[in-house]
Each structure stands twice: as structure tokens, then as C-alpha cells.
Write a protein that binds this ligand. Structure first.
Ligand SMILES: Cc1ncc(COP(=O)(O)O)c(C=O)c1O
Length: 395
């Protein structure tokens, strides 16, 4: 019998290095989802019968688990969304659309994921606000530039804790302390950090935070929006319908309490229940173990890649789980396809971050704790086979 912590995807004849895009799911998470569909497949917040009560209890369990996982003050600060993108859009259009006034400024870094740039750019089409980009130097955020770009019009800084291309890890605690001293709010895109490092929202003191279950061994279609309760009180629901109201008539709408007012319609019940199990799993492994294991794998990968003279590595100084590379004269897409031919999955292109200081397409190798040294050796072996690479490109 398979171990409940095993990954059936690890038994396939592939090597998976695209973990920054999404991760594998352990058997126990898939079993938990199947258990819902097989044994208590009811809606939430609606039925007066046992299997519906069980659904509510399970969703509540996940909310409490997420609360503990990021050390939120209360579980009412945890809102379930579809993904990080949905969380960031809800924050921008539900909160900042009303909070920002004419002439206000929003600070972003140029290496943010599209999901933390496009909502703000779209808002700036509707509202007279200014988006200000902070520069990176050698793929790392320039904190001095961030401080220089703060003006008396700055109202919010929205920034990834770890970026998805170069893996630049930002000192969010410091950024929050600089920002709060000037009454500036901080939104954290934790899509790439929640899977890898301990997050304590009270210690960071961030105002909003967003992440996705699928990048941390959880199901697709589930995201988290964390917000400080006092700020959530001023957030306006982005979507309207069932589950988010207490009462309404032609003239008025009484909203449900927080967080339910932000979760209209039937949620991704199976996904949320699966995410509760995911967090139990991550807690058992230990986020410190995950961080340490990925660091060791990455150090090994970098050392091996550095021994190949024709490989250009772009982000040696960054702390995240990604290594971005190129081979001169070869399109990153072609290199990705060559690796695919060798059953190795990587990502090539701009990785949804088009405003960064690195405008080149690259191949991104992204690691998670279930990768192995042996898999890295196989990758390095096919990258060392220059003759095969060029033969593949020619054909
Ligand atoms: C830093 C960062 N932000 C946001 C996202 C968007 O995540 P999702 O597609 O789960 O909404 C990603 C996905 O790769 C990401 O890496």
C-alpha cells in the first residue's frame, strides 16, 4: 500500500523542476478531496443536516489551520479566494479602489508577477493614481531606491516577499516598518514565499497578504487573502450573491460578517477541505525543514551549473528556490524543449514578469523539497551534453 505522504507524480518517468508554477499533491491531500466527494458531498452554510454540518466543520478547520500557519490574530482575517491573483484583485478593487484618492501613489517593484502589476495598472486607468516602480540591481530589489521613491503622496507598497523569476527575497518586516512610519499600507504577494518560509503576519506587520494553495502541495482553485481585521471592515465585496448577505430587499443589503461577505457563492469546497489536509502535511514535515532542504538542493544545483562554462546563471545572489539560466545562442524555448525531450520539466520565457530589469527570456529551474540530488545530476548531465543540445536545435 502506498504511503499517505507519497506523491504519485513522483513515480512518473519525469523530473519536475517547475515547482514555482505549481507543485505535486501528496496522496493524503487527494484522498481527503476524494473522501469529500465520496462520503459527504454537500454544500456549505446551507443544509440543516449532518453531511452539510461536516462540510462547514471542515472548512472551519482549514480556516483555523491557515490562521495558525501564518499566525493571523483571528480566523476572521482569512478569506478563501481562487488563487493569489484573485486575492490581489480583491485587495486592489475591493479596498484600494475606495481608499486611494486623486494623485495618490502606489509603489511596486519592477520584478513583480503580472498578478501584482496588472490590477494596479487597471485601477490607474479608472482612477487618477500614479504607479511608481522601484528598481532592482543584479536581480535584487534596491531598498534605497524604494525609500527614495516614497513621497508624501505614497499610500501603498505592493510587493512580493519572494519573486517568481529570480527568487529575490525581500525584507518585508523592514519594508513594513519604513512604510508604517509614514502611514503607508503594505500588500504582500506571498505566492512564492508561503510554500518555502515561515510566515508570521503579526511579526511582519503587513496589512494584506495573498497566496495560493497549489504552489504548496495543495489543490488548485484555492487562494488565501489575509487582511488586518480593521482594514477588512473597510473592504467592499468584489462579488455579490448567495452566502455573502444576511438580508436584502430592493433598497438595502445587509452584508454577512467578515470573512463570509467576501466569499459569495459556493466555494471550492473540495479544494478548501484538501487545503486543510495540506497544511497538516506541511506542518508535519516542517516549514524549516522545507526551507533548509531547498537551500541545500539549490546550492548543489548552482555549484554543478557553475562547472558548465557555457551556462549563464542570472540570479546567483538571490535566496529563492529558482535558478534562471541561458546558453548563449540558444533560445530559452528551445532549451526548454530539449530538456523536455529528456523528460525534464522546466519553464522558459518571461515567467509572467515582464517589467523586470532582466528583459531576456530565460529557462527557470525551480525546486521543491521533494526534488533530489539525483534529479539534479540528471539535469546537469543533459546540460553538459553540448553535442546533443546543438543537434536537437538543428533539427
Ligand atoms: C509571485 C507570484 N505572484 C502571483 C502569482 C499568481 O499565482 P496564481 O496563478 O496562483 O494566482 C504567481 C504565480 O506564479 C507568482 O509566482
Amino acid at each position: 500500500m502506498k504511503n499517505k505522504n507519497s506523491f504519485s507524480m513522483k513515480e512518473k518517468d519525469i523530473i519536475y523542476f517547475d515547482n514555482a508554477a505549481t507543485t505535486f499533491k501528496p496522496k493524503r491531500v487527494i484522498d481527503k478531496i476524494n473522501d469529500y466527494y465520496n462520503n459527504y458531498s454537500a454544500n456549505s452554510h446551507r443544509g440543516d443536516y449532518d453531511i452539510s454540518f461536516k462540510v462547514d466543520d471542515e472548512i472551519d478547520y482549514t480556516r483555523d489551520n491557515v490562521k495558525k500557519f501564518i499566525n493571523a490574530k483571528t480566523k476572521n482575517e482569512i478569506i478563501f479566494t481562487k488563487n493569489t491573483t484573485d486575492s490581489l484583485n480583491t485587495i486592489v478593487f475591493g479596498f484600494f479602489k475606495n481608499y486611494l484618492c486623486d494623485g495618490d501613489e502606489v509603489i511596486l517593484s519592477s520584478s513583480e508577477h503580472a498578478s501584482n502589476i496588472l490590477p494596479w495598472l487597471m485601477l490607474s486607468l479608472n482612477k487618477n493614481i500614479k504607479i511608481v516602480f522601484v528598481d532592482s540591481v543584479n536581480e535584487k530589489l534596491c531598498l534605497d531606491d524604494l525609500v527614495k521613491k516614497i513621497t508624501d503622496k505614497t499610500r501603498v507598497i505592493s510587493i512580493a516577499q519572494i519573486t517568481n523569476v529570480s527568487g529575490d527575497k525581500r525584507d518585508i518586516k523592514k519594508i513594513c516598518s519604513i512604510a508604517h512610519a509614514k502611514n503607508i499600507l503594505v500588500v504582500v504577494d506571498a505566492a512564492q514565499s508561503a510554500p518555502h518560509i515561515k510566515i508570521d503576519v503579526q511579526d511582519l506587520d503587513c496589512d494584506f497578504l495573498a497566496f495560493s494553495a497549489h504552489k504548496m502541495c495543495g489543490p488548485t482553485g484555492v487562494g488565501v487573502l489575509y487582511g488586518k481585521y480593521n482594514l477588512l471592515k473597510n473592504m467592499i465585496p468584489f462579488t455579490y450573491g448567495g452566502g455573502m448577505n444576511l438580508n436584502y430587499n430592493e433598497n438595502s443589503l445587509e452584508l454577512a460578517s467578515i470573512p463570509y461577505r467576501f466569499e459569495s457563492g459556493t466555494p471550492n469546497i473540495a479544494g478548501i477541505i484538501g487545503f486543510g489536509e495540506t497544511i497538516d502535511y506541511l506542518n508535519e514535515i516542517g516549514i524549516d525543514y522545507i526551507e533548509n532542504k531547498v537551500n541545500l538542493l539549490k546550492r548543489y544545483l548552482l555549484k554543478e551549473l557553475e562547472s558548465i562554462p557555457y551556462i549563464k546563471i542570472y540570479n546567483k545572489d538571490c535566496e529563492g528556490s529558482t535558478v534562471i539560466i541561458n546558453i548563449e545562442g540558444i533560445l530559452s524555448g528551445d532549451l526548454g524543449l530539449y530538456l523536455n525531450k529528456n523528460k525534464i520539466c522546466v519553464r522558459s520565457g518571461k515567467h509572467c514578469a515582464k517589467m523586470g530589469d532582466n528583459k531576456e527570456d530565460t529557462v527557470r529551474i525551480s525546486l521543491y523539497f521533494y526534488n533530489t540530488y539525483d534529479e539534479i545530476d540528471k539535469l546537469v548531465k543533459v546540460l553538459k551534453d553540448k553535442k546533443s543540445i546543438y543537434e536537437f536545435i538543428k533539427n
